[in-house]
Design a binder for this molecule. Structure first.
Ligand code: HEC
Length: 154
């Protein structure tokens, strides 16, 4: 009888130790999950708040970064490989240079094709601000195409 009691107590102790360990593992997992979430989509704007283009960067982060990549706001919406491509993966603005007029056109018409990007994601003053911002900060990693000088590429 006493042997049986010891066994039960031992099992109970072992179970509660397991439960504690599981709780500890869950606690360690939580902050990792939080990092995972914040790493997806945006990682922060690297312009200072006093920069006149900061407002445009915030508009880009809030309305464009889900589909487009742009390093200066930490946006990674474009496809990173052919295997994990989805329909909303849009041009990577680190490599593609856009003018103010091109951005305004894309905003009014839903990209250049009108097929995937929503029309009028932003309008009016916000459209102008994000267009001016993007015309300055797009294409920063663009390299010259064969037979083209880098200045002509930009
Ligand atoms: C739901 C996804 C989505 C969102 C949000 C989005 N876009 Fe797009 N965008 C696309 C896709 C896909 C394309 C490429 C296909 C096309 O041009 O029709 C594109 C194309 C463009 C182009 C033309 C690029 C080129 O050179 O071919 C510009 C400029 C542009 N987007 C700007 C923006 C801006 C600025 C915002 C935010 C205000 C924005 N987009 C938000 C999906 C999106």
């Amino acid at each position: 009888m006493s042997a049986h009691r010891t066994t039960t107590a031992a099992i109970k102790r072992r179970l509660s130790r397991l439960a504690r360990r599981r709780a500890a593992i869950a606690l360690v997992g939580l902050p990792l999950a939080a990092i995972g979430i914040s790493a997806c989509g945006t990682q922060g704007i690297s312009l200072s708040k006093s920069n006149p283009d900061y407002a445009g960067a915030v508009i880009f982060r809030d309305h464009c970064s889900g589909c487009h990549t742009l390093g200066v706001v930490g946006a990674i919406g474009s496809a990173t490989s052919i295997q994990n491509r989805v329909k909303t993966n849009a041009p990577n603005f680190d490599y593609r240079k856009e003018t103010v007029q091109q951005v305004l056109f894309a905003l009014r018409n839903g990209g250049f094709s009108g097929e995937v990007m929503p029309i009028n994601v932003v309008v009016g003053k916000q459209a102008q601000q994000v267009a001016e911002f993007l015309s300055k900060y797009s294409g920063l990693k663009k390299t010259a195409e064969p037979g083209e000088t880098l200045e002509a590429a930009k």
